[in-house]
Design a protein around this ligand. Structure first.
Ligand SMILES: [Zn+2]
Length: 241
């Protein structure tokens, strides 16, 4: 049995809206055993209740503004006004600063997604929130909600690609990695033509990127998407023929 008090620690954060300091839990990295990495970069840990993504969103108990480290450090006066009117005025103090189960983490992500929309955060930040929310539904085995939020994530990642904001707040993200991820999210949605198109774009980086692991994944998933597409067409053909 893992001692939660050793793995979780308190981090103090200043609210990026009302500037109130508060504490929130964080997972000590290095203390977790990885069980599996999914093809859309979701890391599954042996102890599901300690996945660091459960704790990525900071919810200000005072004003309700919810954000991650990737949000802009400051709000503009008009954004602050919008948060005041749409979030703070309706907020009754809730604390998300201790142990979070999946349901609570899901609530935190929904708050952050709303706050991100009101404050016009980069597409990459919104996409990251949608994708992590989809993963929380994957952990909860709620496939319908998982796919709904994967659909929203892929729209934002495509916007992020168009507007080239994908390195904002995510130093790990590169163009080839983003193209691969967009392809893989389309594949999971059964949108095989789009999946194949984006995997193809990722594969154009072959020989001119250091990220050979991504090229291998793009190759594998491109092959898989082609097979799935073929099977889908055959099934449709049998139904109509
Ligand atoms: Zn606040």
């Amino acid at each position: 049995m893992i001692d939660l008090h050793n793995v979780l620690y308190d981090k103090s954060v200043n609210c990026r809206h009302c500037e109130t300091p508060f504490t929130t839990k964080r997972v000590r990295s290095g203390s977790l055993a990885v069980q599996h990495r999914d093809t859309d970069f979701c890391t599954q840990f042996k102890d599901k209740s300690l996945n660091p993504i459960l704790y990525s969103v900071h919810v200000c108990p005072q004003c309700g503004f919810s954000f991650t480290d990737q949000f802009y450090p400051k709000l503009t006066p008009s954004q602050a006004k919008s948060v005041q009117k749409n979030i703070t005025a309706k907020w009754t103090s809730k604390h998300f600063g201790s142990f979070r189960r999946e349901e609570e983490a899901i609530a935190c992500y929904k708050l952050a997604i709303y706050a991100a929309a009101l404050t016009d955060q980069p597409h990459s930040v919104k996409a990251g929130l949608y994708l992590r929310l989809a993963w929380l539904y994957r952990f909860a085995e709620n496939t319908a909600e998982e796919l709904r939020f994967i659909g929203m994530a892929v729209d934002e990642y495509e916007q992020s690609y168009i507007h080239s904001d994908y390195t904002v707040g995510d130093k790990e993200m590169s163009e080839v990695r983003l193209l691969y991820l967009i392809g893989e999210l389309h594949r999971r949605l059964g949108e095989f033509d789009n999946a194949i198109r984006y995997f193809g774009k990722a594969l154009e980086f072959r020989g001119r990127t250091m990220e050979s692991g991504i090229i291998r994944m793009a190759q594998d998933q491109w092959q898989l998407a082609r097979e799935e597409y073929k099977n889908k067409k055959q099934t449709l053909g049998q139904e109509t023929g």
